[in-house]
Design a protein around this ligand. Sequence first.
Ligand code: ZN
Length: 90
Amino acid sequence: MEVKSKPLRLCIACGTQRSKKEMIRIVKSKDSVIGLDPTGRAAGRGAYICKDTNCIQKAEKNKALDRSFKMKVQKETYLKLTEEMKELSE
Ligand SMILES: [Zn+2]
């Protein structure tokens, strides 16, 4: 029997496909501020990543966010995202 497929998203860091519920959206606002978007509804350009700080580190290593948002993403931004991710998983 065929199960109706849920919308899948691709993690920008590890390339794993997961359902939207298992991912977290990262958003770049129009003034180029990057942050986590737990609601998934914030305005701006979005990218999906696993709910896992390891994937933030991976994204930093392979500059996944730089590519997704077509800008230079600072180390501080990755640190901030890591902190935000920790808070979310607590
Ligand atoms: Zn991932």
